[in-house]
Design a protein around this ligand. Sequence first.
Ligand code: FAD
Length: 172
Amino acid sequence: MKPILVFIIYIIGFMIFYQTMSYINMDEKILFFLQPNPAKAKNVKPIKQKEGDILTPKDAKKPLKLTKQEIGRNAWALLHSMASAYPNDPTEEDKQNMINFLKGLAHNFPCKICGKHFVKLLEDNPIKCDNREELVNYICDIHNSVNKFLKKEIFDCKKAFDVWGGDCGCSV
Ligand code: FAD
């Protein structure tokens, strides 16, 4: 076989493999191996996002620094930690602040797909924040809805507080 033909088959094979992996959400893990180590390379170009993954303003010259997965992971970490630190006996002001925060976060979420999903989740599942346990379970449940949608493992919500709660070491 001619070398050029082998090269073309190789490129097509790689493209099919990459597309399949990104379809099943493995793109980030694969790109991790293809990326230079950010600690060693200073002028690393950011990973190119797939169109629609990220709310990139029309005037933006480059994709966001973080991928959809990184933004999602960090957002969940904040949401679970906040729920775990929420008062057992919140005031009406505490409750309203939490409702405003969740709605505001959903509307301003930097990843368009996740933001739309978040707004819909809040519409379909009215926020429950009468006490800490209720909010911990609520955030766990909406995370599980997204897990289900993305065909990820369902988390046991009985473990949510043990996993995410605790002393942050920053008491006032
Ligand atoms: P993540 O789902 O980010 O979870 C992080 C860690 O939380 C896990 O490792 C696990 O230890 C723990 N965990 C998992 N489930 C629970 C739970 N129920 N309760 C407590 N702890 C748990 N991505 C898309 O591609 N499409 C979308 O439509 C989309 N919608 C999103 C909507 C919202 C509101 C958010 C915040 C994110 C959304 N994402 C979406 C991102 C997606 O949920 C993941 O964050 C991303 O795919 C990275 O997944 P991960 O496997 O690292 O774990």
